[in-house]
Design a protein around this ligand. Sequence first.
Ligand code: NDP
Ligand code: RET
Length: 296
Amino acid sequence: SSVRVVLRPRTKPIDGELVLITGAGGGLGRLFAQEFTMHGAEVVLWDINTSSNEQTAKLVREMGGKAYTYTVDVTNREDVYHNADIVRKDLGRDVTMLVNNAGVVAGKRMLDCPDELIERTMKVNCLALFWTVKAFLPQMKAQNHGHIVTIASVLGLFSTACVEDYCASKFAAVGFHESLAHELLAEEVEGVKTTLVCPYIVDTGMFAGCKIREEVELLLPPLEPQYCVEQAMNAILIDQPLVCIPRLTYLPFLSRALLPWESNVVTYRFMGSDKCMYPFIDSMNKQPTNGSVQVA
Ligand SMILES: NC(=O)C1=CN([C@@H]2O[C@H](COP(=O)(O)OP(=O)(O)OC[C@H]3O[C@@H](n4cnc5c(N)ncnc54)[C@H](OP(=O)(O)O)[C@@H]3O)[C@@H](O)[C@H]2O)C=CC1
Ligand SMILES: CC1=C(/C=C/C(C)=C/C=C/C(C)=C/C=O)C(C)(C)CCC1
């Protein structure tokens, strides 16, 4: 496999694939929809926000692509199962690639965070993965053809302060994805591939304000959304099981496992990554509460 990493393997054709993207109205979801369209796939767009979802579909159609939109709350498993059946009936065929991209973060210090926001993060970033995979994996296994992509995060591989809800949900997403990947391999379901995508900060606004030490940021600037999606697509198209974006973030993932806790704490302090979420949390607390979530 290390040879395979060096000798760029052939990318698989995905024209004719039916790709379902959750959170398709958002920053990365929208770019994924356009990227898959560019590679000839048809896209099924799910998002809780109808207007942003339709905006994504408009952009896909302007590219000459085919997009089918459904307003779905992925935390509502009946909604997921029901809409999965509607997709199959509407399109007369099965979803062959599932991109679990929808994600949220509370953006509050845990002790100041309403329980509902903590629950929402776990439901969107973790539990929803079970519902969408249960909805679409059986047909992929029956056809021995499919691909499950989990958009997790580097914060599913190592953590930092003040994002307990998000880290818990993304560590859970990583655990879910890996166990599923092992299960498919153990069952020798060769045709259903999996890719775990773990990006570093991406400039979509979701973590606006998150800031590490200036000097370190020169080495590790926030990712351009388009660059992040292209790197993820490169991995998906060669059936790469895991991709950390940028590659440099494999290092803290490794050092967390190999070095003693105290040395990681010292590294965090040196890098300014121990308090990197403070400006993000402060900026979130200046925003009006989100009407859609009843905040106690
Ligand atoms: N931005 C970053 O720095 C990074 C992001 N990621 C991950 O990438 C993914 C996409 O992130 P990004 O594009 O930045 O985030 P965005 O907030 O831009 O997009 C997330 C999308 O998911 C939608 N969504 C939220 N809740 C639900 C729900 N219950 N049902 C259906 N859709 C829902 C949102 O709708 P609405 O806008 O209405 O809430 C939004 O359209 C997430 O999983 C995130 O955790 C990973 C690493 C870094
Ligand atoms: C902790 C840590 C770092 C900072 C990581 C940050 C700031 C990650 C933010 C990720 C986000 C916002 C993901 C969203 O899904 C470094 C400097 C890489 C190395 C030392 C360990």
